[in-house]
Design a protein around this ligand. Structure first.
Ligand SMILES: [Zn+2]
Length: 257
């Protein structure tokens, strides 16, 4: 079997057969691929730890006969891994979103770095991991082709003044107070939350990293991207349910695998 090497991040894994795992891996040079990792659930398997979620490694892969390539070797690339249920849930959300949005076998080095950075940010104990989720989700929604309208009302087109407004996911942006009743499911956004939404939409990483994001504001913008994703993808992301359960103190009821 011809083989190749690439760097990859494990986005998803399922147990298969007695001791194998099937992985969804985002690689730098080959895009998103399906991989079978044989015998990695045996205790003595050296490759086992390389098949953990979010693990980044330099992989040697053999082309399989079917859809799946075969993992033959992996050397870890040292990156911080998220600790704690909430950080893990945020990282899982980024991984699930990546898997949902990207098609297979379309390499994109920029997306690869973006995913890697999102996972590192989820592990960064100095930052709220939801900030990483919001930034990353914004980039992925943009990639789907849905930039939100945040300066003019999506209902009547009026320029928004500096006051609270409501975000409508089906409308694709903010509604002025007169148009707000058009979407009863719209999300109330404070002036501060609107500024944060605009900063996230700007794509300016430096500006984003300088922002002080308080929990209520981050909670609002996090709900906005969740509503956008639920609208633009044809079903909800399961990881949001896990994250909400953890935030509600009910995390033990749901598992990530
Ligand atoms: Zn309006």
């Amino acid at each position: 079997m011809p083989s190749y090497t690439d760097e990859g991040i494990v986005l998803r894994r399922i147990d298969y057969g007695d001791a194998d795992r099937i992985l969804t891996v985002l690689t730098r040079d080959h895009g998103k691929i399906g991989v079978i990792a044989r015998s990695v659930r045996r205790p003595q398997s050296r490759l086992g730890p390389r098949t953990d979620l979010f693990t980044r490694s330099r992989m040697q892969l053999a082309r399989g006969r079917g859809e799946l390539d075969v993992l033959t070797q992996a050397e870890p690339v040292t990156v911080p891994t998220p600790q704690g249920a909430r950080r893990v849930a945020c990282a899982a959300l980024c991984a699930e979103l990546t898997d949902r949005v990207l098609e297979g076998h379309h390499p994109d080095a920029e997306i690869y770095e973006l995913v890697g950075q999102a996972l590192r940010d989820c592990a960064d104990s100095n930052r709220d991991p939801r900030a990483a989720v919001v930034w990353f989700a914004r980039r992925m929604i943009d990639r789907l082709g849905y930039a939100p309208q945040l300066y003019d009302c999506v209902g009547c087109g009026a320029t928004l003044v500096e006051e609270p407004a409501r975000f409508s996911a089906p409308g694709g942006g903010l509604l002025c107070p007169s148009c707000a009743p058009d979407d009863p499911a719209s999300i109330e956004c404070s002036v501060r939350a609107i500024k944060v939404l605009r900063a996230a939409a700007s794509g300016d990483t430096d500006l984003w990293r300088r922002l002080r994001l308080d929990a209520p504001t981050l909670g609002t913008v996090d709900h906005v991207v969740e509503a956008e994703l639920a609208f633009h993808l044809d079903r909800r992301l399961r990881s949001f349910d896990v994250l909400r359960a953890i935030e509600g103190g009910n995390g033990a009821a749901l598992s990530l695998d």
